[in-house]
Design a protein around this ligand. Structure first.
Ligand code: INI
Length: 154
């Protein structure tokens, strides 16, 4: 049996992080979590990390697509936060953003790690951005590193 699985250390990797400004008080913690994993676990060089800021979660897929098609990056980490409000807007933003990111990943064959929180309220977002329920930015960074190394072997 041949098993293909990825380690996390990826010292030569070039990574783009695309993060939205909407709910930035949450998103900046997701960036911190992602950078911590890239540096400390992935051993990715700081000069090989590019941070791209966009307005909201809806705009993340387009910037991720640009990054994926540029050929400059081994993986892209998408970070943001969509918090439910009183209207249907939440569903539209969350669904379109996640659908767009999945499409880019499959079309480009560049790993796109999904670190966009979709929560019922601010408390859930706080819990998932570096407190009680971990840090989704860190998880996404770890997934990106693993996928780079898995794909390399296939
Ligand atoms: N963008 C987010 O990233 N999170 C949200 O919770 C959010 N809500 O709820 O409205 C949101 N809206 C903005 C949207 O992503 C676009 O930036 C905007 O519609 C302009 O295109």
């Amino acid at each position: 049996m041949q098993v293909i699985e990825g380690v996390l250390a990826t010292p030569e990797a070039k990574i783009a992080i695309v993060v939205s400004r909407f709910n930035s008080f949450i998103n900046e913690h997701l960036v911190e979590g992602a950078l911590d994993v890239l540096h400390r676990i992935g051993q990715v060089k700081d000069e090989n990390i590019t941070l791209v800021r966009v307005p909201g979660a809806i705009e993340i897929p387009l910037a991720v697509k640009k990054a994926a098609n540029s050929g400059k990056f081994d993986a892209i980490i998408a970070l943001g936060c969509v918090i439910r409000g009183d209207t249907y807007h939440f569903e539209v933003v969350a669904n379109e953003s996640s659908k767009g990111l999945a499409q880019v990943m499959l079309q480009s064959e560049v790993p796109v790690a999904f670190g966009v929180l979709t929560t019922e309220n601010i408390e859930q977002a706080v819990q998932r951005s570096g407190s009680k329920a971990g840090n989704k930015g860190a998880e996404a960074a770890s997934a990106a590193l693993e996928m780079i190394n898995v794909l390399k072997q296939m």
